[in-house]
Design a protein around this ligand. Structure first.
Ligand code: FES
Length: 128
């Protein structure tokens, strides 16, 4: 059976930015219909010196498998500090590249991260 690589294991065992955020600007949600795993992504949006909206802070809560937790953690590291426009271009491919390789049967787990980010950015747009 294919194993998780070291980076995936590290993000699973030491997840970055895990936990609930008080007063997020927006919360993205995603669920995997097949396994029932769920991800909540909390974003704090602020303007940078150039007046652009950026992801000032990000946290996540994932109720799911090891790959779902590791990819959620990786996503937070990728998008933290990015402008909204930049974050819009982040996909689950970026998450997989960041982590190296996910076992084939776990590839679908990274969809949670992309779906939650898309949901959060859509809600942010609707808010304006
Ligand atoms: S098995 Fe559900 S997201 Fe991985």
């Amino acid at each position: 059976m294919e194993k998780y690589n070291k980076k995936v294991m590290d993000h699973f065992l030491n997840p970055r930015n895990m936990g609930k955020m008080q007063n997020p600007t927006v919360t993205g949600e995603a669920g995997n219909a097949v396994c029932g795993d769920v991800l909540f992504l909390y974003l704090k949006i602020e303007k940078n010196e150039e007046g652009k909206d950026i992801i000032k802070d990000v946290k996540f809560e994932t109720f799911g498998c090891a790959a779902a937790i590791a990819t959620s953690s990786a996503l937070t590291e990728i998008i933290k500090g990015k402008t909204i426009d930049e974050a819009q271009r982040v996909s689950n491919k970026d998450v997989e590249e960041y982590l190296g390789q996910l076992p084939l049967i776990k590839k679908h787990c990274s969809n949670l991260a992309e779906d939650a980010l898309k949901d959060a950015l859509k809600k942010l747009k609707d808010k304006k």
